[in-house]
Design a protein around this ligand. Structure first.
Ligand code: FAD
Ligand code: NAP
Length: 449
């Protein structure tokens, strides 16, 4: 085997490439993957240069460490020597250097909000700031106290979210049927609304309830939320799953799917709102998914609050919805399909073009075909890049010919939305082709890392 650096590193789907806000990602050198970093942190090497000592760092001291080979950064009051991490940083050295010798908390929150730096950089910890900058109020552990109500209520309560108007209805049941003189007092920070961009990532421990094969390498994971927790991930958004792998917390994004395609086939359907489903492809040589796959029923996985920039307002007055998905890029489409077919009265046509390597790779094929049979507005086409000779359907990769035939409006000027998701190069090529076919920016929503 030749030890030639892989052109595709970081892998299109790997954590090394994932960032919000269109941040540029730099190619990392061979041997500088996340796993390589974890190995280095476990090697016992002195990464701070302080031989394990923790010190109090003054602002003057922090400012002095502002060079690539001597770079300290303060994040939420803790100072890290990030020089050893430079070459492993997916955003590149220049990005880290923007915070060199200073408080990088805001910068970090803008682009790395979901990265669990405390764990990733724990071997780089130099110490605390002597004068501690205020710790973000939103960064808090799960609270044990449930509410500030004056009397007890049943643990089980229902929450109804009307996604398109943003209304939330919470129905609580009194434990005793006495009349309450007063309602109670709001807990600290509870009687307020915080803009989503200002909230920290908050994880709750969920329990693995089931794990079922969907294709040869993709599984449906069902997680149960902790008691009294409510989490509704809006259509088109994702969450982060967190696991501790060889002592380091690793976080990766995943898009929950609704069970609507499943519900016809499986009874009883688990109660909504308590459970969250993920379709996840297990990469045998990946970092995160084999670990997830090894979890036993009852084990826990931390799940963050949702993120993403898809808005269901994009569906307003929509007439034609085209979905272009490759591989697990199908995951956001599952909820989008359900939402559009159920909530958009103006909708005339929904078409899914689903790209896979082989027939065996197609996720929920029979469910999709059945849905197409049942709902005349919906059509599905499968395109295979490596089919067997028996395959009668479409072949190849995303191309102008496939797209121009597929993207036919139901009426001359019908309002269209095209959603696209898959491996980054697939999505990027798709967007280019869509522009060449004269679809405007507003008519395209791409799910990118
Ligand atoms: P990685 O370690 O990232 O490896 C993935 C592949 O890249 C493997 O084949 C591995 O061999 C290869 N690779 C790793 N390192 C190198 C290297 N140095 N050189 C060459 N190749 C390398 N996935 C889902 O299955 N379901 C979802 O719902 C889902 N939702 C997502 C939502 C978003 C917003 C994003 C950005 C991604 C989503 N993903 C989803 C992908 C997911 O986040 C992970 O990237 C994926 O699960 C792979 O993780 P991993 O750690 O197991 O593999
Ligand atoms: P895959 O099986 O490797 O590929 C699926 C199909 O896409 C195959 O037909 C493949 O063709 C084709 N393809 C791959 N690269 C292409 C390219 N450059 N141009 C044209 N076609 C290409 O896919 P996967 O392993 O399931 O990966 C799914 C990807 O979706 C992951 O990268 C994941 O991160 C991403 N994803 C993103 C989100 C999100 O952003 N919200 C959500 C879910 C998943 P070949 O046979 O030629 O490989």
């Amino acid at each position: 085997m030749l030890n030639v650096p892989s052109q595709s590193f970081p892998a299109p789907s790997s954590q090394q490439r994932v960032a919000s806000g269109g941040r540029s990602k730099v190619p990392l050198k061979q041997g500088r993957s996340l796993m390589d970093w974890i190995r280095l942190t476990k090697s016992g090497k002195d990464l701070t240069g302080l031989k394990g000592r923790l010190i109090e760092v003054t602002e003057e001291e922090l400012k002095k460490h502002n060079k690539k080979d001597d770079c300290w950064i303060c994040i939420r009051g803790f100072v890290y020597n990030v020089s050893p991490y430079m070459e492993y940083h997916p955003g590149g050295e220049d990005e880290l250097m923007r915070a060199a010798g200073s408080d990088g908390t805001d910068l970090f929150d803008q682009v790395h909000r979901w990265v669990n730096y405390e764990s990733m950089l724990k071997e780089c910890l130099v110490g605390r700031m002597a004068i501690k900058p205020a710790v973000s109020k939103d960064y808090h552990e799960e609270k044990k106290v449930l509410n500030g109500l004056s009397h007890e209520v049943e643990e089980d309560f229902s929450v109804r979210v009307v996604e398109n108007v943003g209304k939330i209805e919470i129905v609580l049941k009194k434990k005793e049927t006495t009349s309450w003189k007063r309602l109670g007092h709001p807990l600290e920070n509870h009687n307020s609304l915080i803009p989503r961009k200002d909230t920290g990532l908050y994880y709750r421990k969920c329990q693995l309830i089931s794990k079922e094969g969907v294709t040869h390498d993709t599984k449906l994971f069902c997680l149960m939320l902790p008691p009294s927790a409510h989490l509704q991930v809006p259509t088109g958004q994702h969450v982060y799953l967190k696991l501790t792998i060889t002592g380091t917390e690793i976080v990766k994004p995943y898009t929950p799917v609704s069970d609507f395609l499943l519900s016809e086939f499986k009874e009883p359907v688990l109660l909504n709102n308590k459970y969250i489903y993920f379709l996840i492809k297990v990469y045998p040589d990946g970092l995160f998914t084999p670990e997830l796959d090894h979890l036993q029923i009852g084990d826990s996985v931390s799940v963050s609050n949702p993120e993403g920039n898809f808005k269901t307002s994009q569906f307003q007055e929509l007439e034609d919805l085209f979905l272009l998905a490759a591989g697990t890029g199908f995951t956001p489409m599952a909820k989008i399909l359900n939402y559009a077919l159920t909530n958009i009265p103006s909708l005339r046509k929904v078409k899914l073009m689903f790209f896979n390597k082989t027939e065996d790779d197609i996720i929920w094929r029979s469910q999709l075909e059945k849905l197409a049979f049942k709902d005349k507005r919906f059509d599905v086409e499968f395109v295979l890049s490596a089919p067997t000779s028996e395959w009668n359907g479409k072949r190849g990769h995303i191309s102008p010919a496939l797209l121009s035939e597929f993207l036919k409006r139901s009426l001359d000027k019908s309002k269209v939305l095209i959603c696209i998701c898959g491996p980054t190069p697939f999505t990027e090529q798709g967007i280019r082709l869509l522009h060449e076919l004269n679809f405007s920016k507003d008519e395209i929503h791409s799910f990118t890392a």
